[in-house]
Write a protein that binds this ligand. Structure first.
Ligand SMILES: Nc1ncnc2c1ncn2[C@@H]1O[C@H](COP(=O)(O)OP(=O)(O)OP(=O)(O)O)[C@@H](O)[C@H]1O
Length: 571
């Protein structure tokens, strides 16, 4: 129930007008449908009785008014249904598109640690299948339910005006149907829908495992096992869907029975009223056909509620991802000003059981300063960069990065991280660069390519900046890929630069050239970098030495002897 309310609140918050107009137009179409049947019933009854009683006598019967009413009702019903489809589907698609963006924003803000908890393909399922499943709540549950309840109440009020006892008899049967059947359908739907969604997820993940690990599965002779497990998941879904269809069929039968009961009750009470002269034949026929039209409105509610489990399950999985996205945009800011990084008494371990990588660790860094991190492999150098970049969360303590100018305190400084792993997309070179600045023109792109010492590469590519790259930068050498991500950072103009072995894998000449660029562009920025190389370490004002199970040591350039000894220990 909480999930249902949360989804409806989201819908209501973004599209209250569409939400209400959909129900309004749906109700209009439903009332027109009832009105059409009722007027047609009255018209038939009245003409029949006119024919029966007019033999030998002269009876006048006005066919203009009922004929016009029937036409108006028929047109209203047709246009109402069309309008309702347009409005409700448009609103739903807008809602889904917005939710997809919210879910994506939520995913992009997850810490690295939370991201690792998801299996591959799971996040894609959140963005696609789960968001799509939300369409059912409004279109197939709220809309038919509200329309049916309001139309039933409207008809009962009208019937009460015609004949109280008849309205009461119909009210008892229809209201009981409107309570019992949806409740029972929702109960079955929640249980079965959840199981179907669960099995569909298992099927999807097993497929992804099969596709990703095909070679390993073949080598280990486990391909058939994996295919059988996929088959089992598919069979399970079919079995559950058959159960759902069976419940749907039963529900339809029950609705037909309830409708039949309401009709019989209306007929009995109405005939009784007719015999006592309280109701004409035409009005009796009108009432009966109005009830028939109303019963038609009840069937869709049940089908929608049977599917509700799938929707709720999807809602439960994506609602936690939809965070409040009220971030400030700093993309328009030209002059970012000075920043200050403060790492205060941070403890970090990869899991509760793992040994801590950092213990009670503090460090501060300002714009214009450069700290190089050196030390043994596995000492936590990359981990420290990930913590500062916000990819990992400290267990205790805090890490703050702020603009020194108090007027910019509400803005988030830009962090640029260059790691060993480069992320390049199967898109043009220009696209890959413009991720950092969508408004950058060709000249700006060529400038950063030049600064990253990639002009030779650019000249080699037949389509230059429009050349499409392969997945993960296929077609480029490792060094070129890394320099391309460096060019992207140059375009991004971070306030804090985090570099993890920036010149690793580059030949000496290129490494020197890249270092010269880095020195120039980071001169008035804050720079924290990991290195094993003497030439790179010489860029720093202070060197942080990290060693496993030892307290970190900070060596300043002014401390000449220690500085020299440290540099000469590097290659
Ligand atoms: N994702 C992870 N999950 C669990 N443990 C990890 C993870 N990444 C690193 N570690 C562990 O944390 C410790 C610090 O690793 P880190 O990569 O920060 O070291 P490093 O100093 O950068 O090493 P190197 O110089 O070899 O790159 C190591 O013991 C490593 O095994």
């Amino acid at each position: 129930m909480k999930t249902l309310i949360a989804i409806l609140r989201l819908y209501w918050r973004h599209y209250p007008g569409w939400f209400l107009s959909g129900i309004g137009i749906g109700l209009l179409a439903a009332l027109a449908s009832i009105g059409l049947m009722a007027t047609a019933g009255w018209y038939l009854g009245a003409t029949a009785m006119t024919g029966a009683t007019s033999v030998g006598t002269t009876l006048a019967f006005n066919t203009i008014y009922p004929g016009s009413l029937i036409r108006i009702a028929a047109l209203t019903r047709t246009f109402g249904r069309y309008g309702e489809r347009i409005v409700t589907h448009d609103a739903t698609f807008r809602f889904l598109a917005r939710m997809r963006l919210h879910v994506f924003d939520g995913i992009s803000q997850l810490s690295f640690r939370r991201l690792r908890d998801f299996r591959s393909g799971e996040l894609l399922a959140r963005l696609t299948a789960d968001v799509d499943a939300l369409d059912g709540i409004y279109l197939r549950v709220i809309l038919p339910l509200f329309t049916a309840i309001l139309a039933t109440l409207g008809l009962l009020v009208a019937l009460h005006g015609i004949n109280g006892p008849m309205a009461l008899a119909i009210a008892i049967i229809l209201l009981a149907t409107l309570i019992v059947l949806p409740w029972q359908a929702a109960r079955i739907g929640v249980a079965l829908g959840r199981r179907i969604a669960f099995s569909a997820e298992a099927l999807r993940l097993r497929y992804i495992d099969l596709l990703r690990g095909q070679v390993e599965l073949i080598m280990a002779g486990r391909l058939n096992d994996q295919i059988s497990s996929i088959q089992r998941a598919a069979d399970k879904i079919k079995q559950l869907q058959d159960q759902l269809s069976l419940h749907d069929l039963r529900g339809r039968t029950l609705i037909s029975l309830a409708g039949g009961a309401a009709l019989v009750a209306a007929l009995l009470v109405g005939s009784w009223a007719y015999e006592r002269g309280e109701m004409s034949e035409a009005v009796l026929l009108l009432s009966l056909l109005a009830v028939v039209a109303l019963i038609e409105l009840l069937a869709p509610i049940r089908r929608g509620l049977l599917d509700i489990g799938r929707t709720l399950y999807a809602g439960q999985r994506i609602l936690p991802l939809i965070a409040d996205q009220a971030k400030e945009d700093t993309s328009d800011l030209e002059d970012h000003g000075a920043v200050r990084l403060a790492i205060e008494r941070v403890d970090f371990a990869y899991s509760a059981k793992a040994a801590p990588v950092l213990r009670d660790f503090s460090l501060s860094l300002r714009s214009g300063e450069a700290i190089g991190i050196v030390g043994s492999s596995g000492a936590g150098k990359s981990t420290l960069l990930s913590l500062v970049a916000g990819l990992l969360d400290p267990m205790t303590g805090r890490i703050r990065l702020d603009y020194e100018d108090g007027r910019m305190a509400h803005l988030t400084p830009r962090i640029g991280l260059l790691t060993q792993r480069t992320e390049l997309f199967r898109q043009s070179l220009a696209f890959n660069l413009r991720i950092a600045d969508p408004r950058a023109d060709t000249r700006a792109l060529e400038t950063v390519m030049d600064e990253a010492h990639l002009t030779n590469l650019l000249n080699r590519l037949p389509k230059r900046l429009e050349q499409t790259l392969g997945d993960d930068g296929q077609g480029l050498s490792g060094g070129e890929s890394r320099r391309l991500t460096l060019a992207r950072l140059l375009l991004f103009k971070p306030d804090l630069w985090l570099l993890d072995e920036a010149t690793e894998g580059l030949d000496q000449v290129t490494a020197h050239a890249v270092l010269a660029t880095l020195r120039a562009v980071t001169r008035d920025k804050a720079l924290l970098f990991v290195t094993h190389k003497k030439a790179e370490a010489a860029l720093a004002d202070r060197l942080l030495v990290l060693k496993e199970n030892e307290a970190p040591v900070l060596v300043a350039r002014a401390d000449r002897d220690q500085w020299q000894a440290l540099l000469s220990s590097l290659r």
